[in-house]
Design a binder for this molecule. Structure first.
Ligand SMILES: NC(=O)c1ccc[n+]([C@@H]2O[C@H](COP(=O)([O-])OP(=O)(O)OC[C@H]3O[C@@H](n4cnc5c(N)ncnc54)[C@H](OP(=O)(O)O)[C@@H]3O)[C@@H](O)[C@H]2O)c1
Length: 327
């Protein structure tokens, strides 16, 4: 089958091959999917560069997927051959940037009516993360939520979901993306290249940080109301996650927990965990007209290099998607 593959780390080492072995027949609760489209994530770039090689060593990249079920394991209960499904694989398994992939059914949901495969493939990982973050913040109708990085994959989902939960939404982005964030439901935007959001003293109930700059926590402490909530979904670090880096990350979490306790705010760190339950909630927001996929560009599989470089730039408006076609 055709698909992307790497034997060593580095974006330049990724190859498109047409001789990849087909995955085995599904066992237990595995679903075999004919991949139609696969969303790109920052995680795909970090994995391909070897930044998280302590945690995963996949050879065929890709986490998000949308496609058609072609076979099911004997324990699968929610899907049958021919169903259109979407979801995000476990990051230790990957494999969605290829024509056929095996995914456990716990990570999959039916594609809601009206969504194309490309649109569905753009949703899973970042939208599940955004929903988890807003749940961790316990967003209430009428509350004031600041989304840091509103124009990116996670941010564009977070703006829409916070709005759908009845919040008043402000987003940070660069100036050129202000109208884009407002089109997704942000009431206001802050151009982070011109203004430090920390100067908006006591303005927000919740700050969701999808960018992960070290200074964001200090700025958020001043921008939050008393008993405000700061939720981080990102850790901005360019380079391999060494044992030393993991200690720095753990120390940052401990510092933020202690500091938030003494500042009368709360702090939580959220990592994406793929789940059909979250996806079904997102599907419902879509069906109710409160959430839509946001695709900057679709790339053919042959254009993977361009797609990875754009993702690496950290400037994607919404999401990029690889579209797979059969030979
Ligand atoms: N914890 C997890 O499980 C998990 C899962 C997924 C992603 N992540 C992490 O979350 C981060 C974001 O991922 P993503 O997919 O949403 O990224 P993305 O789609 O590449 O978006 C990046 C966005 O960040 C904005 N940005 C860059 N610097 C900024 C700053 N100083 N202030 C405000 N906005 C800034 C850019 O906005 P402008 O273009 O408007 O400047 C861009 O839209 C990555 O570090 C990723 O690794 C973590």
């Amino acid at each position: 089958m055709r698909g992307l593959f790497y034997e060593r780390y580095g974006l330049e080492a990724i190859r498109l091959r047409d001789d990849l072995p087909l995955p085995a027949q599904p066992i237990l609760s595995q679903v075999r999917i004919q991949v139609k489209a696969a969303g790109l994530n920052q995680a795909d770039v970090k994995i391909a560069k070897g930044y998280v090689s302590m945690f995963t060593s996949i050879k065929v990249p890709g986490l998000d997927v949308a496609g058609e079920v072609v076979a099911i394991g004997p324990a699968v209960t929610r899907f049958k051959v021919g169903d259109s499904v979407y979801g995000s694989t476990d990051f230790r398994q990957g494999g969605t940037f290829a024509e056929v992939v095996l995914v456990d059914e716990q990570y999959l949901s039916h594609i809601p009516k009206g969504l194309s495969f490309s649109e569905a493939a753009s949703i899973p990982l970042v939208s599940e993360l955004a929903l988890q973050a807003l749940k961790a913040a316990d967003v209430q109708p009428g509350e004031s939520v600041l989304i840091l990085g509103g124009s990116g994959g996670t941010g564009s989902a977070a703006i829409q979901l916070a709005r759908a939960m009845g919040a008043r939404v402000t987003a940070t982005c660069s100036g050129g993306n202000s109208e884009f964030c407002k089109s997704l439901g942000a009431d206001k935007t802050i151009d982070y290249t011109m203004e430090n959001f920390g100067e908006r003293a006591g303005e927000f109930d919740i700050v969701v940080d999808t960018v992960g700059k070290a200074e964001h926590f200090t700025q958020a402490k001043s921008a939050l109301k008393r008993r405000g909530r700061f939720v981080s979904t990102a850790y901005d670090h360019d380079g391999p996650m060494s044992v030393g880096q993991i200690f720095v990350f753990a120390a940052t979490i401990v510092y933020r927990l202690c500091s938030s306790f003494f500042s009368s705010i709360s702090f939580s760190n959220v990592n994406a965990s793929s789940s059909h339950i979250l996806l079904e909630e997102i599907s419902k927001f879509y069906s109710d007209g409160k959430f839509k996929p946001v695709i900057e560009a679709e790339y053919k599989l042959e254009q993977f290099r361009e797609a990875f470089l754009r993702q690496e730039s950290n400037r994607t408006r919404g999401k990029s998607v690889l579209v797979l076609t059969l030979n």
